[in-house]
Design a protein around this ligand. Structure first.
Ligand code: PLP
Length: 435
């Protein structure tokens, strides 16, 4: 008897089934190390999430820097359901559009630090980064300056996990051993040294340099605020060398600094601005590139031809409806102002942790923070702190090997902020003492 396809896909009997979730290959984890400690989350409310056994945790990181309006916001869920029932999605390739994508592009254009921008949608941040690399190179090709192909980025920067973004970023461990050979077209400068950017542009010759990519606040590389004046200085260097300035605001966008974009907080007007995460607070994946007129009008020229780039889900109607509802919530609940208040409070409370044994330094900027631990003395300390914090009801993670991340939702209460910092302090003390 031949096996029918339906019998082949029927689930195995319960007893034969592998342990729950053991087939879930977790991103950024060692497959051998994470299966035993897997934490299954089933519900979220505000700045808290609940696991399948009923334990509630304070979410110190807003998931992966994205749940800006917090978990369980019914207006976003309703907007998603309504849009899914009406028209979940239709490609926006060519001349196709939908009201949600058009309305969101309009709103983002109003919020962006740019007078007359266009918005290109992607499915997430990595897509936005690789889109921007291609947009930049296409821009210079259309302008007839084909030698302008070098892209400069900052050490410690993170620009997603696609091909260009991985090469571009300054986290060496993400390149080594993945076939990402050093690419002479991607040049890195120290993250805090504007003079180094000027020197590299001078050495290469301005006519070789296409763009400078900058995370206004370094995020995954360890939460490094820009040194005072750094961003306006690099913006000025780029302007005078004719180099495009690309702000990767995947983490910093939509309120983390108390403004819609960190570019506005730090007084820069990038040629391209990349967003994702906070645009929907992660309720549905979405990202994109906001292009200033100086860039897009070159593509609009009658002789330019098509920009041969796009994603199946560019302008996905459900994702755009989620973003519109998310933006509405940020405004109606005055959450940017709340983020600014929380940021000030964090800047007061977090430095106290620098006194603890095992802590090397603390850093914060906007509602972003990192506690850097002494990994020279004890390389395992950061992971132990994260485990202790989890046991004490706080979810966080290690960034850049030595630091513990803080990037809570803007709906965190004053009491929860106090609990967060206190429990992290206790976790550090407990983890340090079991050395
Ligand atoms: N750019 C920055 C600054 C990021 O922090 C991230 C993700 O953390 C990305 C790009 C990539 O975004 P995604 O994971 O949505 O592809």
């Amino acid at each position: 008897m031949t096996t029918t396809s339906s019998s082949r896909i029927s689930p195995p009997a319960a007893a034969d089934r592998p342990p729950a979730a053991s087939r879930l290959w977790h991103p950024f984890s060692s497959l051998g190390g994470t299966r035993a400690s897997e934490l299954t989350l089933v519900e979220g409310k505000g700045a808290r999430v609940r696991d399948k056994d009923g334990n509630w945790y304070l979410d110190a990181t807003a998931a992966l820097w994205y749940a800006n309006v917090g978990h369980g916001q019914a207006p976003i869920a309703d907007a998603i359901a309504e849009q899914a029932r009406r028209l979940a999605a239709y490609s926006t390739f060519g001349d196709m559009s939908n009201p949600a994508a058009a309305a969101l592009a309009e709103q983002l254009a109003d919020l962006a630090p740019s007078a007359d921008p266009m918005v290109f949608f992607t499915s997430g941040g990595s897509d936005a980064v690789d889109t921007a690399v291609k947009m930049v190179r296409r821009f210079w090709t259309l302008r007839g300056e084909i030698d302008r192909s070098v892209i400069i980025s900052r050490g410690l920067s993170y620009h997603g996990m696609h091909g260009h973004g991985t090469s571009l970023a300054g986290i060496a461990a993400n390149n080594a051993g993945y076939g990402m050979a050093p690419d002479p077209e991607f040049v890195r400068v120290p993250h805090d040294d504007a003079g180094a950017l000027r020197r590299v542009i001078d050495e290469l010759g301005p006519s070789r340099v296409a763009a400078f990519f900058v995370e206004p606040i370094i995020g995954a590389g360890g939460v490094y605020p820009p040194p005072p004046g750094y961003l306006t200085e690099v913006a000025q260097i780029c302007r005078s060398a004719g180099v495009l300035l690309v702000a990767d605001e995947v983490v910093t966008g939509f309120g983390r600094t108390g403004d819609w974009f960190a570019s506005a907080s730090y007084g820069i007007e990038p040629d391209l601005l990349l967003f994702a995460k906070g645009v929907t607070s992660g309720y549905v994946p979405l990202g994109g590139v906001i292009a200033d007129r100086g860039v897009w009008e070159v593509f609009a020229d009658a002789t330019a031809g098509a920009f041969r780039h796009g994603y199946t889900y560019s302008g996905h109607a459900v994702a755009c409806a989620a973003a519109l509802a998310n933006l509405r919530l940020l405004v109606e609940q005055d959450l940017l102002a709340r983020a600014a208040v929380l940021a000030e409070e964090l800047a007061v409370r977090l430095p106290r942790l620098a006194e603890l044994p095992g802590v090397r330094e603390v850093r914060c900027a906007g509602l972003l923070g990192a506690i850097a631990l002494d990994t020279v003395r004890d390389p395992a300390l950061p992971e132990r702190v994260v485990r202790q914090a989890r046991a004490a009801g706080v979810l966080t993670r290690v960034i850049n090997g030595d630091s513990v991340q803080l990037s809570p939702a803007f709906v965190l209460t004053d009491e929860q902020l106090g609990q967060l910092v206190d429990r992290l302090a206790e976790a550090i003390t407990a983890a340090d003492s079991v050395r």
